[in-house]
Structures are given as structure tokens and as C-alpha cells.
Ligand binder design. Sequence first.
Ligand SMILES: Cc1cc2nc3c(=O)[nH]c(=O)nc-3n(C[C@H](O)[C@H](O)[C@H](O)COP(=O)(O)O)c2cc1C
Length: 225
Amino acid sequence: MKILHIDSSISGAQSVSRQLGASVIARLKEAAPDHTVVYRDLAAAPVPHQSPSLQFAKLKVMYEAGVLSGGVGDMVATAIQAGATVDPTTEAELSVLDGVLDEFLAADVVVIGAPMYNFSIPSQLKAWIDCLAVPGKTFAYTATGVEGLCGGKKLIVASSRGGFYTVGSPMASMDHQEAFLKSYFGFVGITDMSFVRAEGVNIGPEQREQAIASALSEIATLKAA
Ligand SMILES: Cc1cc2nc3c(=O)[nH]c(=O)nc-3n(C[C@H](O)[C@H](O)[C@H](O)COP(=O)(O)O)c2cc1C
């Protein structure tokens, strides 16, 4: 079993999602010590954001592999004929993107530490997620619609947020953090998803402690596969 562990909080040792994610990894390793773990800290080493030059580089690769046709293919062909090239910085960014995608594709279990920032996820985590949306790799367009290609993976999200957003709470409709992750990873075909969460951690020290303890006890019951 291969585990991919992602952290995205900017809060270092104070981070709740980092603590919960590390505990998930410890639990998985305890249940099955032969698991291997690949780790990425997106706050320490952010992956590149999408950009016009990166988009052109990605399309050029697809065009040269013969998998880009129609109007976009024509546009890329025209740009190449006009002398458009990919600069070394963009080449390096492209290889980071490829590495991110390969790590995700290789993983049997993906563990994501995901804090809520402004009702959504950290932009560093969004940039990582943007690397995964690759047609033919994580999802496919078919005659009957879009099909997710990552059905064999298990996803565990270690979620932390300052307030309360679970169903029934007054701010539930403002949750674009867990809701987004659920939609996105469902879109790429993952059905085996769990969220362990510490909520209301900024309400006060008692609530923070209680929320973390409750999430940690939930983690202690997680199954390895
Ligand atoms: C930039 C930033 C934005 C935040 N936005 C929200 C928010 O919209 N809603 C909320 O409930 N908490 C918000 N918080 C609080 C965090 O969700 C909370 O502190 C959580 O524990 C962060 O995860 P971490 O401890 O892993 O860093 C925000 C915190 C930061 C640093």
C-alpha cells in the first residue's frame, strides 16, 4: 500500500490539521507497517499555480503526443509555427506538476491536511489540486458524460476550522472547504472518502481541546485499507 500525505496549513507546529494528519498516518502505519508514505508539505514547498506559460507548455506536450485536436490543437500548432517555445522556468514547473500527478496516481491512500481558510481551502492546496485535473489521467470525457478514473483510491481528509459548519449549524452553507473536496475527489471517481474534523477550534481553548480529542479518538478507529 502506498500512502500520499499532504499538508497545507501555514501554522506549523500550532496547526490542528497537521496534528490530525500525522495521527492518521501513524494509525495507518500501526495497522499495516509495510505501508510506504510519500509526504508533501505545500506550505513549505508550494507547487506552481496555473499560468498562461504553464498552460501553453501543457498543451504543447499534448499536441506533440497527438492527443490534442480541434481548435485548441490548431491554436497550439499556430503558436509553435510562429516560434513559441517553453522557457526553462516553465519546463521546471511542468516537471513539478508531472511529479505531483504521478505521486497522486501511484497512491492507494491519500491523506490531506486541509484547514478552512476563508470558507474554503488554502490556495496552496488548491494549486496542488489544480495539478490533478488531467483528462485521460484522473477523469475522462466519454459519450455519456464525465467519468472519474481514480475509483480505487481511499481519501482521508484531516479537516480543521475555527467555527462550526456541519449540517444543521447556521453557517453550514458557507462550507466550501469540505464540500469542495468532496465534490472534486468525487468527480475524479473516489467513493471511499472519510473526513476527520476538529471544529470550532478558535471558539476557545476548551472547545479546541475537546474538538482535537474527539477527532483523535475517531482516528484511532480508522481502518488501514
Ligand atoms: C488565513 C486564514 C483564514 C481562515 N478562515 C477561516 C474561516 O473562513 N472560517 C473558519 O471557521 N475559520 C477560519 N480560519 C481558522 C482556521 O480554520 C483554524 O484556525 C484551523 O485550525 C486552521 O487549521 P490549522 O490549525 O491546521 O492551521 C482561518 C485561519 C486562517 C489562518
